[in-house]
Design a protein. Sequence first.
Lengths: 621, 250
Amino acid sequence: MKKITPFLLVLLGFLAVSASAQEISIQAQAEPRQVNVGENIRLQVVIEGQVNINGEPKMPDLPDFQVYKAGSATNFNIINGRVSSSLQFTFILVPKHTGTFTIGAVSIGYNNKIYSTAPIQITVGGGTGSRAAPGTAPVSPGNAPPVAVGNAGGASKHANEPVFITTQVDRHEVYMNEPVTMTFRFYSRIPILSQPQFQPPSTSGFWSEDLPPQKEYIATVQGVEYRVIEIKTALFPTTAGKLTIGPATLVVQIEDFNRRSMDPFADEFFRNFFSSGRQVALKSDPIQVLAKPIPEKNRPSAFSGTVGKWALSAKLDRQIAKVGEAVTLEIRIFGEGNVKSVGKMDLPPFTGFKVYDTISSSEVQKQEGRVRGVKTYRTLLRPEVTGNLLVPAIGYVYFDPRSEKFERVQVPELNLKVLPGDAREATVSAGTVGAAEASAPSVKVMAKDIRYLKTQVSLDKAAKSWGPEFWLAGFGLPPVLLAVIWFWRRQQDRLAADPVYARKLTAEKSSRAALRQAHTARMHKDSPRFYSSLSQALMGYLADQMGLSRSGVTQREITQRLAKAGAEESKINQLAELLDECDFARFAPGELNETEMESHEQLAEGLLTEFSRVLGKEKKA
Amino acid sequence: MRKLIIVLFLLAFPSMVCGAQEAKFEVQQAREAYDRGDYPAAITQYEALLKSGADSAALYYNLGNAEFKAGHYGRAIAGFRRALKRAPQDEDARYNLEYVRTLTRQPADKKGPLAQWLESAFGYFSTATLTLVALILFWMLMGMIGVIIITRNGVMSLRWVAACASLVFMILAGWASARIVFDRTHQWGVIVVERSEARNGPNPEFQVGFIIPEGREVRVLGHESNWVAVGLPSEGYKGWIKREDLLEDE
């Protein structure tokens, strides 16, 4: 629920506050101070103090004026336990004669003291008139003829009700975007005890604009005097067809006037300020409005939907410019109607200018209950050639609902004298938007498309197509190689650290070398060398395999170890015989027997093979 | 043995040279067809090159261009996606892909700037590039370790280099592995027919749940005979479409 403006409360609430022993002040203000006979003077008396103020001011004798009470208001605050209040009383004075008059002191008694205002001088001229303060209609006194408003808009059917509301429109049939003035009135003839809760009517299908100021006045409805609050709103139908303005609602807390005095200035009223009263929900009737579509007949193609009464103006921000300098063309559409219906400005083609984007701004103005507006378009122009350039005539089409015709407003051509200049020195006029764009030439996009083909096309097979074998080998081979290196290094280290192991490992190799030497000696018929090599091959091999010293090893030691290793006895005997033969042949060489040498060589090879097998088996065991 | 290798190379070289020249000629022919507006011919040429085993980002990019010009927006998107998979930093492919996406009104990416940056960084290198670099680094690392073993203790600086190389390798290997896993679990495809009917099951008897327009990129969720389960992450829809309606990323 929307809260109605505090001003409504101010006008209608009469609050009573209790007295306390604090100082107060009283001030009076009259406007205008120069009037004609019959015109209104608004006299406002304000009593303020950090106390609870009770009572009403005492008016001086004013025989030269008719005096009307125009209402009062109270503001009452308790902040941190501290009370402050202000009472405001409004009177309307209507001078009866010409001359200079003095409004005497307005006074109030408080705490056994009298507080007074300064006198105010009023000059009354000889003319006649009925001026009222802005936004305030003449207010009638309780016993004077009231202003003849309030009976319209269905007010008469509520006659004698203590409070009621009405909604009315000035027209029930309009064109789209033509304004309808909706008037909401709140009538009250009793005090309101709380801030009223106002729900404005739903205006679906309309664009609405409030029309301030809110008015307050006193009116009579079938002989009963009411205080009236009036709010006006302009409604612009945005669609054609039958539109409905919904009901407005207002919830108020009112004094139970059956038990209270009807005089708001009576003391009793103030004493009962904190009484609860009763709540009343008020509702106005819905209203139908027919929004007619804009006629199709004779509709110009340039018409963009603007309705009202509009005028057009255009100007350049300078008369002389250099080539490349930015010049601002300002076009204004102003008039009465819904400025939001003023559309895009279609500019004619410009010759000799580079035209940049147009920006627009709009402003809504409300005057005398009417909605007016101004829409301003600013376009940046950059002259490209020297000479007298013409900005072509610019026109705008709107629909005038009063004449029911399409109207065209137009401004004549504008002249610009363009002097030679350096484009790089281009300046931008102040207040223009898009200056950054104007100061540097921008890329103009003509059409968008994908980018062209790649001219360098690789036809290699991508890494993707190498397959899993490649990646398996790639990542699998290095660890294998590393393992080989590691084993090799380990072997080298072992060979270096363990000579016995090294001899074992090289035994066969060295024995084979010795056998080859023996074979060579046999070929050269060198018997001692043959047997020496043969003995070296056999003894060296067996000593290395058994981990014995080559130089210190004996035949007996070897045969024993072979027997222990499980070698056949016959083979051991053959070895012993062969070694004996070798020793004999080395140290007592006799006649060369080639056949015997060959058989000895073969026997040695056979024994080496056999013992290698036996010793290998022992090692495994 | 060495002589045999030389002989084999000399025998193979002329055929290799001829093959490369023939392929280059086909690329030129495809470009000429594209330039004269014969886009179907260009498409045929590019597809033939791809079938012959050539596999490059540029070929897929050019195929995407030809498909776009022929009005096959879905196939064009697939071409640009494949080009970007091979060369994620290719600006032209990214521009063209975004352009076609605009035309086909792909839904806007709802990811935040940080998520987008992370995704972009994650996919900055192709999986193949990452794996290849990781492989080279692996060989270098193994070589360094081998030198350290051979020279028993090696030198301190080499140990430091090896330690750094190990760290870089682990990062790269992790990155590449994550990419491979991501690529396998986040399969995408593009609708290549004018409208693809997504059904509630892998059978024409199932009701059509929604229609997917050409060019829409969809998540591939599974396969069932001639049907593919697809998902539209931005809408939260899932459905089954015919396999021929979709061109999947490899």
